[in-house]
Design a protein around this ligand. Structure first.
Ligand code: SF4
Length: 289
């Protein structure tokens, strides 16, 4: 098994077998992200991928495991190649419970319904999309290179093709300057996309991230824990996405929240208010990734 560079995966894939089908991220310009800045993007050859799968199948082939296709945006691969990889997984890991990957809205929109349905049939059950914000101003500012409309279209397409969506937002991404817009527009985006899963991270500053320079230059004001709570309350009081499994219990979050929208919103709001009242937030030193 040959991993190249640091390998990232969503928190819910902690126990999954990770197979790199790409190295790095084809986009790689988001100003808050340092994950793949040290990697030159390339798609791995099928031979390399098959060799890894073959090797891992001798140890784990009979187990009911999950497989996550890394790195940044596996759906950038040609559908034919992805289908070959998924079908190889079915042969080598007959008890595999699910295969998932990161994807961008544009990767999803580039594929036809027939292609996505074929991928679903061959085992791709869910994709993780980093929306980060529903505010078009923030999206442009952090160089996400995607529109709100494209994200909504991509979610509709996934739904139609039976592939589940796990969406991620980042608390504090608009700083103090766009706190309100970030919360309200993100609530509007989630209400339109209605993902099966929604995860909230909180902005963390990592060395080398371009956004750090903006903060140091005083162009973007980082949110205090109280301001993150204010943003979360605004989001929770405006979102409407019944059935979405909501998680804000990542290492980066000041307060761990989990529940199912919309039913658990009142309980989560009460938790936020309680934390504000008692000033009971995770210490900065525990927000290390
Ligand atoms: S946030 Fe996602 S799309 Fe943006 S650079 Fe990082 S991995 Fe690539």
């Amino acid at each position: 098994m040959r991993y190249e560079g640091t390998v990232y995966r969503p928190p819910s894939e902690a126990r999954s077998l990770i197979i790199q089908v790409t190295i790095g991220c084809s986009h790689n310009t988001c100003t808050f992200c340092t994950m793949y800045k040290d990697k030159k993007f390339r798609i791995r050859s099928k031979e390399e991928i098959f060799m890894d799968l073959d090797e891992m199948s001798s140890a784990y082939g009979e187990l009911p495991l999950r497989i996550f296709l890394a790195d940044g945006d596996a759906l950038v691969l040609k559908t034919r190649d992805l289908l070959d990889i998924l079908s190889f997984i079915r042969v080598k890991f007959p008890f595999c419970e699910r295969v998932t990957a990161y994807a961008t809205a544009r990767d999803i929109l580039r594929k036809t319904d027939e292609e996505l349905q074929a991928l679903k049939k061959e085992g791709l059950s869910m994709v993780y999309v980093g929306a980060e914000s529903g505010d078009p101003v923030i999206l442009a500012h952090v160089k996400k290179d995607v529109t709100v409309e494209e994200m909504i279209q991509a979610a509709d397409k996934l739904k139609k093709c039976g592939i589940q969506l796990s969406l991620t937002l980042i608390s504090g991404l608009g700083g103090k300057e766009r706190l309100r817009e970030h919360a309200l527009e993100s609530a509007r985006l989630v209400s339109a996309m209605k993902p099966e899963y929604l995860g909230f991270l909180t902005l963390m500053l990592e060395k080398g991230a371009p956004i750090l320079e903006e903060i140091q230059a005083g162009q973007l004001t980082l949110l205090s824990p109280d301001a993150v709570m204010e943003e979360m309350k605004l989001f929770l009081t405006h979102v409407d996405s019944d059935g979405t499994v909501f998680r804000a219990n990542h290492a980066s979050n000041y307060l761990a929240l989990k529940g199912t929208l919309n039913g658990d919103i009142p309980a989560m709001l009460a938790q936020v208010e309680e934390a504000e009242k008692k000033q009971k937030y995770k210490s900065e030193r525990y927000r290390m990734l």
